[in-house]
Design a protein around this ligand. Sequence first.
Ligand code: F6P
Length: 547
Amino acid sequence: MRQPALTATAAFQALETHAIDAEDWQMRGLFGADPQRFSTMSLEAAGLFLDYSKNRLDARTLELLADLARERGVEAQREAMFAGDKINLTEGRAVLHTALRAPRECALEVDGQDVAADVHAVLERVRAFSDAVRSGAWLGHSGKPITDIVNIGIGGSDLGPKMVCLALRQYSHPRIAMHFVSNVDGHDMDAALSVVNPETTLFIIASKTFTTGETMLNAATARAWFLAHVPPAHLARHFVAVSTNVDAITQFGIDPANMFPFWDWVGGRYSVWSAIGLPIALCVGYAHFADFLAGAHAMDLHFKEAPLEANMPVLLALVGFWNRQFLGCASLSIAPYHQDLNRFPAYLQQLDMESNGKRVTKGGLPVDGPTCPVVWGDCGTNGQHAYFQLLHQGTDLTPIDFIASLRPAHELAKHHAALLANCFAQSEAFMRGKTTDEVRADLQAQGLSLAEVERLAPHKTFPGNRPSNTILMEYLTPSTLGALIALYEHKTFVQGVIWDVNSFDQWGVELGKVLAKKIEAELTGAATPEQHDSSTNGLIAMAKAAV
Ligand code: F6P
């Protein structure tokens, strides 16, 4: 059924009127007027705590936003996703990453296929293989245990496993070093190959389609490097694949017995829970991988069952929608105050922007408002000394998601107190700011002349009233990490439903791929240069001259 335009809905129009009233709201005042604000605007689910009280909204705003979610059909769409309906309309596919982390007894059939049985059969193979490699039962061709694993993949076949292996490094196997090669830039592959030994290295070629240019070239280079050292008969002990494309894998020379399959109903950016997570099981062990899946499943249950008003992913989505639509926030900064989450912003970039960076609705009409903000960020406290200046005093309003664990995995207690102090101080500073009068009072107390005070005051004033969320967990564990990723997946889904975009296709990456193929042929001399624009012609000529 075609959705009405977002701006034509009754709930949106009510929000629009409300937003005019809210224009002058100051969060300082909202906190002052309601001592319960923190407890009413926070909630716990699946081992995570979300504080969304430091946003420019009140209880009425949240009511109206929940009305909007209802009017846009979030509940029905959520049901359709979990049930395996083909909600990815442009590709005619179901969207079932939630089935990848559901226990075996959660039966589900899609097109007559027992999805739960398929998922658990592959998980069993992931368990057996990761146990064998970790225990040393799986040996390299010369009888030595595996010491290095090189995952070759890009986008969803790289970002998830890489981010999770880093985040869970406390649990990693002491003998096994993980390497991730994604870029077609030969420097990436060169760096990995220069530190590994063909006798003790396992390559995982991870590609849903097994056609992605970068991964195919990197895989061919890795195979050629291996075969330069080792006879071809040993390839099977050192190369495995994760894919949906068994023919292409066989053609590449990988034994189908060493292929870990997944299915077209798993989107690349939602695939970390599938066999694409094999590097995670190899790195931290299958039991921890299972905890990671269980954490995500706990968030799935919460998302599925909690009313919209008390539903963590829905609230995160609605607050983000409010900031994007009515406060004009064109970007969202992710600030993990946990060094091990330093790849989390990059992971979220693909999840959110490849999903909701869309400009037409599911029905093919232009959307009638802004969609996904630019997602970016880095770890605190590093970001504070780089770009937080702009966040505090720049001309744009940029909401921030702070993410921290209450307890560290180390025993450097002073460090953790300093880290959390910075995290909480930043969200307070963004909310409160510092008025010109407060600045004046400070400067006068320091004994500055009146003229000096007036000269400096504008520079030292912080407008404040800048929105943020804080997400806390007790420890960063496989389970809380699983829940955290699932939280953002469902947030992305809810926003996609509100905007009425298909969050599960990614046609926007195709054009560049096609043009790159043409230009590559021109650069290597296999095709006569085409007439491009003068800039592209000029750049191609420079590259050809440099060969
Ligand atoms: O960038 C487009 C994309 O299709 C992503 O969605 C995907 O995660 C990535 O390329 C890699 O695709 P594959 O796993 O098929 O190699």
